[in-house]
Structure formats: C-alpha cells, structure tokens
Design a binder for this molecule. Sequence first.
Ligand code: ZN
Length: 305
Amino acid sequence: MKRTFITLCVAACFATLPPLVFAQDAGKVLGGLLQNLLKPPQASNNSAPAAATSTNDLVGLLSQSMEQIDEPKEIEMGRQLAAVLLGAKPLHKDVALQRYVNRLGRWISLQSERPNLPWTFAVLDDAGYNAFAAPGGYVFVTKGLVDSVADESELAGILAHEIHHVVAKHHLAALRKSAQTGLLTRVLATQLSGNAQGAMSEQLLALGREVYSKGLDQGDEFDADRNGVALAARAGFDPYGLVAVLQQLRTARPDNPVFTLALRTHPATQVRLDQLEAAMGQRLDALSGKASPSVPQRLARAGNR
Ligand SMILES: [Zn+2]
C-alpha cells in the first residue's frame, strides 16, 4: 500500500525546537515586520483591551473550560507560540511575498466567523512543505509550500483550512487536552529549579510541542477541510483549490525531500479526499473552473502597480 501522508498543519519544527529562541536577525532584515508580528496586538473591535497576561496565568487557564479562556488570552497564547515558531524558522526575506500572503490570508479571514481577530499570516524560510496555525489568528506557511502550489486558489484553500482551525479553536482545545492529561503536572515538577518566568514559558512550549508534534484529531482535520473549502469559495476562490492540493499530495512520493518534514500524524490523503467529496457533492461545481493566477504572476502584477 502506498504510504502518502498529509503534511498540512504539521509544525515539524516543534519537535526540534531550541528552548525559546527569538529570531531577532530576521526581524532586522525585514524592517520590523517580525516585531510587528510579535508585539501584543490591539484588541479587536468587540473584545476588551488585552490585559497583560503572564504565561503562568495562560497555562493555568488551560485547566479551565473553553468559555473561561477569553479572546485576549487566546490571542496572547497564540502570540507566544508564534514567537517560538519564529525562533525555530525565520521569516522569508521576500517582503513582497510576505505582503501578498498576508493580504490574501486577511481577505479570506474576513469572510470567516471571526473576522475581528488580529489575523497575521507569514511565510517561513523553509524549503519543506508545511502550514500551521496558532490560536488567536496566527497562520504560517513555508516557502517550500508556496513554491509548490500551482496557483492562487490552491494557496487560498490551504490558508482557509488553517483559518478554520483558528476559528474553531482546534489548537486551543488540543492544548487544553494535553494540559489536562498530566503533561502540565510533569512539566511543573521538572521546572521548579528554573526562574519563574522561564519555567512558565517552558510549560507553554512543552504543551505546544506536544500538540504540534502529535497533530490534531482527525475529526478536526476533516472539519477544517470541509469548512476551508466553503470559506475559500465565500472569498471568491475556486473551491477545488484545496482538493487539488490534496490530489497533489496523494501522488507525491513519500521519499520526496520536500515532504520529509511531514510527521505521520494526519489522516491519509485519500481518506480526506473521500470525506471532502462526500461533503461537497456537486454543490460547489458551479463555482469551480475560475481562472486563477500563479503566485509568481500575482507578485509580478503587484510589482507593476
Ligand atoms: Zn489541518
């Protein structure tokens, strides 16, 4: 049987992260883009101003119900996880590409059920094929993934899939589950000798590493596929973009070096395609077949403006 695995939303780099390193050099190169990414966001229109929340409080919150984790705290948790990710993989230096992906992602997120989150999209300087999200509106794709999509509708499909993970709080729920299954207690026991803030950051890092290396529940992945297709269609893109991505992954050779970062944590691609086909039926066929520029074509047009 052919072994083909999905690589979407697998934060492989979490498995080999150094302890909380921040990619400040990349920030300088990008003229402060990184600092903008990581500074505490402005509160969204319908949220209370984000209060200063220590990592201690954030990790403690994970033992409580989802309802008790309000939006500012969800955003702060995602921001800290995003900082860790950016410490492991710096941003790609192509500012025009960053701007394009950010604009594309924000447009799609505006059609979602949580348009007021401080959505942030970025391309990581990594030749592997990966996409992942963090709570509160942080979405990352690797340069290898951007290079591999045939056109904008495929990238839109991937971003929409990740956006739905955030909208549905899939990672937040998974972090809670990890915290409640004893990991938190173990981490606490091993961190008593560290300084307080460092130890607490290590706890969130440990939870993040656990969640991102294990991957989300299969049900969450199918949910993000279904809703990602609908969201991309609502944003005006060919809903078959994500289907095309999955078809490409299905035929990719498992030993292709581009895909070596993939962790074997996701449902098999054929199962995802079957689930998606059953959910979509022919209802979205009328929206398919739209012309979609490639990413280089889109960037060239933006440059000529
Ligand atoms: Zn996913």
